[in-house]
Design a protein around this ligand. Sequence first.
Ligand SMILES: [Zn+2]
Ligand SMILES: [Zn+2]
Length: 576
Amino acid sequence: MPIHNEDIARVFDEIADLLEIEGDNPFRVRAYRTAARRVRELGRDLREMVARDEDLTKIPGIGKELSAKIHEIVETGTCRALEKLRRRLPPDLPELLRLPGLGPKRVHALYHELDVHNLEQLERAARDGRIRGLPGFGPKTEARILEAIHAQLDVTRRFKLATAAQYAEPLAEYLRLAPGIDQVEIAGSYRRRKETVGDLDILCTAKAGRPVIERFVAYDEVDEVLSQGTTRASVVLRSGLQVDLRVVRKASYGAALHYFTGSRAHNIAIRTLAVRRGLKINEYGVFRGERRVAGKTEESVFAAVGLPWIPPELRENRGEIEAAQAGLLPNLVELDDLRGDLHCHSRASDGTGTLRHIAEAARARGFEYIAITDHSKRLTVAHGLDERRLLRQVAEIDALNARLDGIRVLKGVEVDILEDGSLDLPDRVLARLDLVIAAVHSRFDLSRAAQTRRILRAMDNPHVTLLAHPTGRLIGEREPYDVDMTRIIRKARERRVALELNAHPERLDLLDVHCQMAREEGVLVSINSDAHSDLDFDNLRFGVGQARRGWLEKGDVLNTRPLDELLSWLHGRKAS
Ligand SMILES: [Zn+2]
Ligand SMILES: [Zn+2]
């Protein structure tokens, strides 16, 4: 059974949960949590790394012991340490931890005092009023627990795009080997590169449906078959991801692909155009009366309503149809357009690579430049650099550039924006760098006015080149902080500061709508990996997907520029 990074992350999370409930050493618990996060964020497939016998301790947060566990999980599908913990505690206990307000201590008490093992028993205990009597609980906590249980049961699970990709791509590859199969495409929000994906819609054409469907339901990650016919089936994978597969006729493939790619709003607008031309569009084709006039390809569907093909990332009915009518569709940026990466951490802060290692990895990827932007001293958890360490790094980079061919290492920093909008390092140090990324890593809770003022003030510092992850959101975990993005984008134009589109799978921040605003204001966007190891460069593709959703063309993206143009932009800023 193939093991994905997400499976490994879940094992580590569960170990951390169980250790926490048992009251184990907090450092040990945190090591597992960090490892789970690192594994989840990783751009590379761990199974593949194990197969190639690569050194996993290169990954930040993964030491010898965790590396051995990853090998064990990849090779055996399980982990003895987890099995042992599971034997000691009831299996559903960890899900109680996910309720807001229930930490390991409280879960421990509920388990030992009330013999509560799972959500149902917890709900019963709350309804019976048995929880309020426990030390450290009370009627208010009890009511909140009951509310949280109900909210929890309502949540429909969505997957981050990068997580969905881990499951979707191998499955599509597997289907491509089905007998008689012709075309295979993952449609839906996945194809539109939305930041989260609810379920997967896969379309294919084949000589016959049945063998494809049989191969699909036999996939070894299928946990449950919800329905199965001769041309359609729905399954749930072990990960909880639902996948619907349809085998469609060749003559309908383009219409089906358009229909199942969506979005709904886009499809409705296209169908309205069709009606005006006396046509009907559905998943089977484009029809005039009973006669099919188009539908074999997506191009033919668009052509039937007088439009050129519209890239899936734009299909949100946010102006793409009007742009297509006017011949003004953007020529969207592509992964291959990127010439370098402007946000990368070395071993000096919380990354894993040495300067030389990062530079060589970037060169091997075909980059012309890479910026080293370690954290500043305020971020103590990341071992941020103070003035002295940063200046030493500057000297090291100069020495490295003198020895290296084919890649230019740029001197940078990811400097913390302090609460009052001042920066965590003095101007005389920032002046020595090629670029300065300013970033908020604290006080996400400020009022809209204060947060906006703070960031605007930072952008007024003449040394700031780039604003990192502008809204601070973590998908599914932390909402964007309350900030006036219109004012920030205007300030970026005025100060000639570029905005980052952080390609980290948890961030994808700049948001798509803000990319569109930046483009309209003539503000450059930089698609950066925020790499903590060279493996993270692979995440850039998700950043490019987001940029495409935000209508960005190559010319809108700072790091598509060749080195000499980038340098003259950086120096031009300084001179002005
Ligand atoms: Zn950051
Ligand atoms: Zn960073």
